[in-house]
Design a protein around this ligand. Sequence first.
Ligand SMILES: [Zn+2]
Length: 270
Amino acid sequence: MNIGKYTFNEFKELAQCFHGYPAPGLLIGGYMVEAVKRKLPEGTLFEALIETTKCLPDAVQLLTLCSTGNAWMRVTNLGRYAVSLYDKYSFDGWRAAIDLEKLEKFPEVKAWFLKQKTKQEQDTDKLFVEIEKAGDQYLTITPVHIRPQYLKKKTSSAIVACPICREAYPKNDGAICRGCQGENPYRSVIQSPGYREPSPGLEYVPIEKAIGETALHDMTRIIPGKSKGPEFKAGQKIEAGDLCRLQQMGRSSIYVEGRTNVDTNKIKNL
Ligand SMILES: [Zn+2]
C-alpha cells in the first residue's frame, strides 16, 4: 500500500535520507499520518499533536508542513504511539493509534511493536514486507477535539541580553536567562564571544552562605504533572529553613543580589 503520494519503497528511501535509516516506526508512522490526513476535509489548515518522541515526529515532518520549528507540531510525550492532526481554528481532528487487537493478525509488526524479539531475532525484510502489506489495517482512527487551553501559544516577550552569558533571551524568563538560572545542560559555563564578567550586582554563592541574602531571580521546582510555579521569588530573603528545599531542587549554589565586595572568580568557576 502506498504512503500518500509515495510508493512504500520511495518512502523507505526518504526515511533513510531524513532519519538515517528506514526505521520500522517511521514507515508505520507514515501510514498513520496519511490515514488521519485523509479524514480532514480538503484544504484544511491543520496542525499535529504527537504522543511520543520516537519516530512519529519525523513521519509528520516528511508528510506534512508541520514541524517543531514552525510550531505547527507539538510533541507531548505520553509514551503512546499516536498522532492527531486537527483543524488549527476549530481544534477538531482525527487521531491514529495502533490497535493491539487488530495487530494480532500481523505477527511481525506485533513482535516489533511490543519488543518481543531482540534485534538479532528480528527478520527485518519480513517485517518490512508485512508493514507494506498491512498498510493502515491495524490502526484505530478516532475523532478528537483538542483542548484549546492546551494549545495556547506562549506570549512573546521582549528580548534582552543575559547579564551572565551575554546571550539573548526572553525577558519574561527572569533577571538572567534560564540557562544561567541552573537549567544549563553543559558541564561548564558557555563563554560565547560576547561573554563578560557578570556585573557587580550579581553574586553566586553556596546555599549555606546564602542565608539572609536576597534571591536574584525566580526559582522553579518542576514536579511532573503539577503546575510549576516559582518555589522562590526574586527578591525573597533566603532563610535557614529554605536550604533543604533548595537542595531538593538540585541547587547547591544560587545567585543573590550582590554585596559590595564581589568575588567574580566564584562565578567564573561555576
Ligand atoms: Zn545567561
